[in-house]
Design a protein around this ligand. Structure first.
Ligand code: NAD
Ligand code: UFG
Length: 337
C-alpha cells in the first residue's frame, strides 16, 4: 500500500517526501515541474538513499492519473500540487481555478474510481480571511478571502466536505498551513522561487547573499508591537512531520477535518530580520514602504487541535528556521540551477 504525493518536487512536497521515505512509507510521486525542477527530485532520491516511482504528470490529466492508480496500489493521497502565487492569481484567476479546483476534482474522480478515498490536502491559513482575530481556530468562519488563490483553497475545502458528506468512505484532512520557512538541515533541498520572491523569508535570504539589494518592508504602521506585520512562521520539516501524523490519522478515520499547522507564536517582519541577522552573522538591509494590498496585521494559529487530534507539535524555533534557510541559500546561491 503506497502514498501518492502530488506536487512532490515542490518546496513542501520535497521535504515531506524525505520524511515519509525515512519513516519507511512506500511512496509514489507525481509532479508536472511547473514550479519545480528535476534536480530537486534527484537530490531527494540522493538524500533518502533510495528510489521510488515518479510520474511527470498533470493532475488535470485524467488518463495519466488512471495509469498511476492502475500501476500502483495507492491507499492515500497527499495533495500538494497547485499554483500558489497570490499576486499572480489576481491577474490570471482562471488558471488558478482550472489548476487548483479543476485539478483537484479530476484527482478526486480518479481516486474514487480506483477505490482510494483518503486525502490529506494542502490548505492555507488564508481561508480565515481578513475578519477573524488571532489566534485563529478551526471553528472560526472561513471564506472571506481577498484573492483568487485563497478562494481556490476555500472552494477545495468545501468540495472535499461535500464529497465526504456524499460518501461515508471518504476522508479529507485539510491542513491549514501558516507560514512555512526553513530548509532541510543538510542544506541540499529548500525553497527555490522563480524570479523575485513574493514571500518574506526567501527575500531576506536573497538580500543577505547579495542577489537582491534591499528588502522592502510592507508597512510599519500596523497595530503590532513594532508596526510591522506579524505571522506564524513554521519550519518546513516540522510541517512535513505534521503530514506524517495527518496521514496516520487519515488511515484510521473517515470524514472531513480542518487542522491548523502552525507554531502558535507570531513574529513581526522586523523580528524575523533581526533573528536572521543574529543567527547567521549577516546583514539584511531593508527600508519601509507602503502596506501590501490584502495583507492583515496579525495572523497566527491556535495549534491545539493538531496536538489533540494528531499528537503533533512544532519543535523547531525561529533560530533554527533562520539557520537552515541560510545553509540552503549559501550552499545554493542559484537554487537548483
Ligand atoms: P510549490 O510550488 O513549491 O510546489 C507545488 C508543486 O506542484 C510544484 O512542484 C509544481 O510543479 C506542482 N504542480 C503545480 N501544478 C500542478 C499540476 N497541475 N499538476 C501536477 N503538478 C503540479 O509550492 P509549495 O510551497 O510546496 O506548496 C505546496 C502546497 O501548499 C500548495 O498547494 C500551496 O498552495 C500550499 N500552501 C503553501 C504555502 C506556502 O507558503 N508555501 C502556504 C499555504 C499553503
Ligand atoms: N513582507 C514584507 N516584504 C516582502 C514580503 C513580505 O514586508 O518583500 C511582509 C508581509 O507584508 C507580511 C509578512 O512579510 O507581513 C509575510 O509575508 P509573506 O508574503 O511571506 O506571507 P503571507 O503571510 O502574506 O502569505 C503566506 C503565503 C500564502 C498563504 C499565507 C497564509 O504566501 O500563500 O501565508 O498561510 F496563504
Amino acid at each position: 500500500m503506497a502514498v501518492l504525493i502530488t506536487g512532490g518536487c515542490g518546496y513542501i512536497g520535497s521535504h515531506t517526501v524525505v520524511e515519509l521515505k525515512n519513516a519507511g512509507f512506500d511512496i509514489v510521486v507525481l509532479d508536472n515541474f511547473y514550479n519545480s525542477k528535476p534536480e530537486a527530485l534527484r537530490r531527494v532520491r540522493e538524500l533518502v538513499k533510495g528510489d521510488f516511482p515518479f510520474y511527470e504528470c498533470d493532475i488535470r490529466d485524467a488518463e495519466g492519473l488512471r495509469r498511476i492508480f492502475k500501476e500502483n496500489s495507492i491507499e492515500v493521497v497527499i495533495h500538494f500540487a497547485g499554483l500558489k502565487a497570490v499576486g499572480e492569481s489576481v491577474t490570471i484567476p482562471l488558471e488558478y481555478f482550472e489548476n487548483n479546483v479543476g485539478g483537484t476534482v479530476t484527482l478526486c474522480k480518479a481516486m474514487s474510481e480506483a477505490g482510494c478515498k483518503k486525502m490529506v490536502f494542502s490548505s492555507s491559513a488564508t481561508v480565515y480571511g481578513m475578519n477573524n482575530p488571532s489566534p485563529l481556530k478551526e471553528d472560526m468562519p472561513v471564506g472571506a478571502v481577498t484573492n483568487p488563490y485563497g478562494r481556490t483553497k476555500y472552494f477545495i475545502e468545501e468540495i472535499l466536505g461535500d464529497l465526504c458528506k456524499s460518501d461515508s468512505e471518504w476522508t479529507a484532512v485539510c491542513l491549514r498551513y501558516f507560514n512555512p520557512i526553513g530548509a532541510h538541515q543538510s542544506g541540499t533541498i529548500g525553497e527555490d522561487p522563480n524570479g523575485i520572491p513574493n514571500n518574506l523569508m526567501p527575500y531576506i535570504s536573497q538580500v543577505a547573499i547579495g542577489k537582491l539589494d534591499k528588502l522592502p518592508v510592507f508597512g510599519n504602521d500596523y497595530d503590532t508591537h513594532d508596526g510591522t506585520g506579524v505571522r506564524d512562521y513554521i519550519h518546513v520539516v516540522d510541517l512535513a512531520l505534521g503530514h506524517l501524523r495527518a496521514l496516520e490519522y487519515a488511515l484510521e478515520h473517515t470524514g472531513w477535518e480542518a487542522i491548523n499547522l502552525g507554531t502558535g507564536t507570531g513574529y513581526s517582519v522586523l523580528d524575523l530580520i533581526n533573528a536572521f541577522e543574529k543567527a547567521n552573522g549577516v546583514r539584511v538591509p531593508h527600508y519601509f514602504t507602503s502596506r501590501r494590498e490584502g495583507d492583515v496585521a496579525v495572523c497566527y494559529s491556535d495549534p491545539s487541535k493538531a496536538e489533540r487530534l494528531l499528537g503533533w507539535k512544532a519543535a523547531r524555533g525561529i533560530e533554527e528556521m533562520c539557520r537552515d534557510t541560510w545553509r540552503w541559500q549559501s550552499k545554493n546561491p542559484r537554487g537548483y540551477e
